[in-house]
Design a protein around this ligand. Sequence first.
Ligand code: 6CS
Ligand code: FE
Length: 298
Amino acid sequence: MTAPTTAEDLFPTRLTSPSDFIERTQPAVWGSVNDGPFSAAELEAHEKRGFTILDDFITADDVALYSSELDRLAADPALQNDPRKITERTTGTVRSVFEVEKLSSVLDDLARNPQVLDRARQIVGSEVYLHQTRINYMPSFTGTGFYWHSDFETWHAEDGMPVPRSVSLSIALTDNYPYNGGLMVMPGSHRTFVPAVGETPDNNHEQSLQAQEAGVPSHAAITAMAEKYGIDQFTGAAGSALWFDSNIMHGSGNNITPYPRSNVFMVFNSVDNALVEPYAAKSPRPEHIANRDFTPLR
Ligand code: 6CS
Ligand code: FE
C-alpha cells in the first residue's frame, strides 16, 4: 500500500503563533459491545475518560516472561548501536527499545493475542496494524520522565496520522506507585486537541525520544487543560494494563525512588487511518518509530 500524499489537515499544529484548541468530532470508541471483550460500561467509560485500566491483565508468569525479554533486549550487544535503542541523555542507560515485535517473538505473540487484538479492534472499530511498539525502562534513582504531551500530536505532525483513531496499550512490568515516575493523565482531555507552537526541527526524533521539546503544549495550555479536566495518575501492580486514547494529555515525572518502572507499550492504529505524508515535518520518521506497513494484524 502506498500512502496518499495529501489529506485534509483537521489538526493544524507546530504553528508560528498560538491558536485555539480544537474539539475533536471523532469518537474514542468506534466499535460496539458485540465487537470484542470490553463491556458496554467499559466502552462508555473509555469514551468519556479516554482511558481504561484493567488490573491483572496478564499473569505473574507472563510478567516474568516479558521482563526477561526486557532484560535480554537491554543487554543485547547486537542492539548496541541500533537506532531502535534509545538511551538516557545524561546516564546512557537504556530508556526505550522500539519495534519490539520484530526483536522478540514473545512480544509479537502478545500483540496478536486475542485478549489484546480483539480489544484494540473493538476500540478503533476496524482491523488494526501496529503503528509503534516499545519497551520503556525507567530506572530507579535516575529515571527521567516524559513531559506533558499528546501522542497523537506527534503522530499527526511527524508521522502523518490523519485522525485520532488509534489506541495505545501499556502493560506494567513493575509495580506503579504514585511516587516512582508513574504516568499522569488528564481524564477526558482526549476530546481536545492542543495545537503546538514551533516548527519541527529536522530529524527531530534524534532528540525527541530522549526529551520531547517540539510539539509540547505551552504552560498556559497545560494549565487550561488541567483546570478543565484535572489530573489522575495510573497506579497498579505489575501485570495491569492501561488502554488509552492517542490524544489524551499525559506525562510523567522523574523517578528518584529505588523502584524502577518499566512497561511494554503498543500502539494499534486503524487500517482506515493509515499514515499519509507528515502534516508538519519535512520528512517521515523511520519505520521503526512509525510503521508504514499497514497490513492488518492477525
Ligand atoms: O515520539 C513518539 O512517537 C512518542 N514519544 C514521545 C516522547 N512523544 C510523543 C509520542 O508519545
Ligand atoms: Fe506518550
